[in-house]
Design a protein. Sequence first.
Length: 158
Amino acid sequence: MSKFKKKTGNRQPAISTASLPDIVFMLLFFFMVTTVMREVDLLVEVATPSATEITKLENKALVSYIYIGKPMGALKKTLGEEPRIQLNDAFANKSDILQWVEMEKNRRDEAEIPRITWSIKVDAETKMGIVTDVKQELRKANALKINYSTMETDKIVD
């Protein structure tokens, strides 16, 4: 008859952690490259209205935002409660829109200019008068591809 022996000392080798720092730095580099930082600091309150039938913008790199709403926090004391227009990081008047549109177009390549979308983010409490003024100025600047930013709500079924 044969003799059975228990095998001892036949253990699995430990997992090598030598490549762990490489993996960590590769992940860190990936997230640093793909993260998009906020380009504009909001100076106005914008609680966008809700809508049921919306479409998502495909190329957000070709979108320039116009914010309209009441000034935030401490700015209310100096600027009041009236809705203001914000272009990039500064308040603007409707007469500044034409120059801003030209600056935005000059920042882009010639082929991208016809595909620029001018997105208006308006606070839900804002009256339409200031929005109409902004749209008129955009027409004067030949910026005709305009959209309104909204929040999606559940569809109501009758």
